[in-house]
Design a protein around this ligand. Sequence first.
Ligand SMILES: Nc1ncnc2c1ncn2[C@@H]1O[C@H](COP(=O)(O)OP(=O)(O)OP(=O)(O)O)[C@@H](O)[C@H]1O
Ligand SMILES: [Mg+2]
Length: 201
Amino acid sequence: MIITIASFKGGVGKSTTSLHLSHYLSTRRKSDKVVLVDGDPNRSALSWFERSKNCRFSIVDMADEIGDPDHIVIDTPARTNPGELMSLVTGSDLLILPTNISPFSLEATIETLANMPELPLERYRILLTLVPARGQAREAQAREALTAAEIPTLKSRIQSRVVYADAELEGVTVDLMSGKRGKSAWADYKTLGQEIIKGWG
Ligand SMILES: Nc1ncnc2c1ncn2[C@@H]1O[C@H](COP(=O)(O)OP(=O)(O)OP(=O)(O)O)[C@@H](O)[C@H]1O
Ligand SMILES: [Mg+2]
């Protein structure tokens, strides 16, 4: 399966999602080979990998040889030009567009996607990220707006949690962070991974 992670806005959790999804796919079935392609010029995934102690997947540069893994996860640079969406979609089994639930980002995303009815609906999904801990009502509003615009959205969401920054510093995925906060954060990505495997695996 080829999964591409892109967004129209920077800092919405693309690299974090790429890393945790790669980690999920490579731990779900130990024999599966997973490659994360780091297309982020900030090199966040690569610098994380260099510090990492529990990485079961390989991280390569856009220009590197990928081989023939079971799953490829592609992290893309900060902002995707809407004009590039079609080629990203056609080159992937699933294109994930992480978006936060702030009205401005959401409106911009909806407007861009509503103007692209040619995008194949079965091949892309919005992922709500950085959802505040007490943001259920706002998340529900965001989902309503997306549904009204007929924009396909994953059921899973990624909550905003401080543990991601701590995990990043330690060079580990959140499941390795001690205590409940690491487990809860990992549960978000596990649920996302399961939803993806069920729909596209
Ligand atoms: N669910 C989350 N909760 C809290 N912080 C998060 C979450 N996901 C990511 N972050 C933090 O937000 C910042 C941006 O995340 P990330 O680098 O994954 O975004 P990005 O979309 O790849 O950014 P860029 O567009 O610059 O490549 C990082 O410091 C990361 O630790
Ligand atoms: Mg990034």
